[in-house]
Write a protein that binds this ligand. Structure first.
Ligand code: CMC
Length: 443
């Protein structure tokens, strides 16, 4: 048995813990590192080479996989900071391009920096015309996330002038290309699924307006952008832009740690995001609300969520890190009211149902005990549906917004001098070495 006891409460980066191995009656010190915020971390990098032990943490519940300066979450308090700025302030005062610059470069842009950044993104929104052909290879009923994974992966076969990852300038161009092209790819995935012609990007529109235009405009009539919808979409993008070392971001980092092509790394992140436990939850929430259908049926679904023999979970509830109200969900809840009021939406009953479900769950002992609160996905689907997106596009929108976070984290990793290929170890519980048995002696 190995006992770990804190030995000093010394200043930053100078404390340690003593590890006592009872099997050999030896003990040794492990350094403890302190960041600017958040729990201290035990530095186990030399544990194997010096002491022959691995740590064991499936699901990484107690493991910091990297050092990062981008995003901070305090799950107990329900705090989310991008580069030190609270998410509520950014959602209220900034726009998505400003937040993207902040995530990528570490500081809010000056007016000149913002203008240049917007121009750099705007002039990369068009796709290589050859990419259009890829879409025709997909079935029309393909899930748009499948199309997104495929087409973003296919970008690796283009843009060879931005794939030398040791060159900071090429990395920057790849970053701009990804942020700029992902809305075009997403909108085209939608257009393909409904059998409408692709709409080319328009440089006179801002990032979100352009995305709405590419998604909803048809050649036969003028598409008018509703400013309330545009602002709500911009806010949704801000709320989803980054979330420290979640599954998809860790996937991007691991893929990138081998020196892989940046476009392929982001495709890997999109694949990871797709799952219902991660980005796919927004789609699952709306399907769940529609299945519940009426307030009277809420207790039945709450009962199912609590039943360990039933795989059903209350979608949009619970989070690995937040053990308090997800701050993004609070902003989203407010925004949902604003959008539905402005659109005079038929989604109103769905919002009422969601609020009642939230109220009942938050009073239920099962959810209280486990600190299960609504997460960002609980309300987002209601807004997105009211705007006109089909549920299959919800996770695609998450991916559009999260691309900047993935890119910022990927860049940070490449620039980190301590970065090495991500290569976890394991606790092997399989058969020990044994002799090969020829076929005629088996069975
Ligand atoms: N409904 C019912 N029970 C739940 C739920 C839920 N939504 N979430 C967690 N629990 C229970 C779980 O069964 C377990 O109970 P017990 O201790 O009795 O075994 C306990 O709460 C702890 O759950 P866990 O599965 O160990 O927690 P986790 O950190 O591994 O999972 C989660 C986090 C987000 C995958 C999970 O809460 C979940 O599946 N939620 C629903 C899906 C969802 O809304 N996902 C979106 C996350 S936010 C957006 C994003 O980051 O992509």
């Amino acid at each position: 048995m190995v006992e770990v006891t804190p030995t000093t409460g010394a200043p930053e980066r100078r404390s340690s813990v003593t590890v006592k191995d009872n099997t050999s009656d030896t003990s040794w010190e492990l350094p403890v590192l302190e960041g600017t915020l958040g729990p201290r971390v035990i530095d186990v990098r030399k544990l194997y080479t010096e002491h022959g032990l691995f740590t064991y943490d499936p699901g990484f519940t107690s493991t910091g996989s990297c050092e990062s300066k981008i995003t901070f979450i305090d799950g107990e308090e329900g705090v989310l900071l991008y580069r030190g700025y609270p998410i509520q302030d950014l959602a209220e005062h900034a726009d998505f391009m400003e937040v993207s610059y902040l995530l990528l470069h570490g500081e809010l842009p000056t007016p000149e920096q913002k203008t240049k950044f917007v121009r750099d993104i705007t002039y990369h929104t068009m796709l290589h015309e050859q990419i259009h052909i890829f879409y025709r290879g997909f079935r029309r009923d393909a899930h748009p996330m499948a199309v997104l994974v495929g087409v973003v992966g296919a970008l690796s076969a283009f843009y060879h002038d931005s794939t030398d990852i040791s060159d900071a300038r090429q990395r920057l161009i790849a970053s701009h290309r990804l942020i700029a092209k992902i809305p075009t790819i997403a909108a085209m995935a939608y257009k393909y699924s409904v059998g409408q012609p692709f709409t080319y990007p328009r440089n006179d529109l801002n990032y979100v307006e352009n995305f709405l235009h590419m998604t909803f405009a048809v050649p036969t009539e003028e598409y008018k952008i509703d400013p309330v919808v545009a602002r709500a979409m911009d806010r949704i993008f801000i709320l989803h832009a980054d979330h420290e070392q979640n599954a998809s971001t860790s996937t991007v980092r691991i893929a990138g740690s081998s020196g892989a092509n940046p476009f392929a790394c982001i495709a890997a992140g999109i694949a990871s995001l797709w799952g219902p436990a991660h980005g796919g939850a927004n789609e699952a929430v709306l399907n769940m609300l529609q299945e519940i259908g009426h307030k009277d049926r809420i207790p039945e679904f709450i009962k199912r969520a609590k039943d360990k023999d039933d795989p059903f979970r209350l979608m949009g509830f619970g989070h690995r890190v937040y053990k308090n109200y997800d701050p993004r969900a609070a902003v989203m809840r407010k925004s949902t009211h604003e959008v539905l009021d402005a659109l005079d939406s038929r989604n109103e009953p769905l919002l009422e149902l969601a609020m009642e479900l939230e109220r009942i769950a938050l009073e239920d002992e099962y959810f209280v005990e486990r600190k299960l609160y609504p997460n960002v996905d609980f309300y987002s689907g209601i807004i997105l549906q009211a705007i006109g997106f089909p549920t299959s596009m919800f996770t695609v929108l998450f991916a559009v917004a999260r691309t900047v976070g993935w890119i910022a984290q990927w860049n940070e990793m490449i620039e980190d001098p301590s970065q090495r290929i991500g290569r976890p170890r394991q606790l092997y519980t399989g058969h020990p070495q044994r002799d090969y048995v020829p076929m005629d002696r088996r069975g």
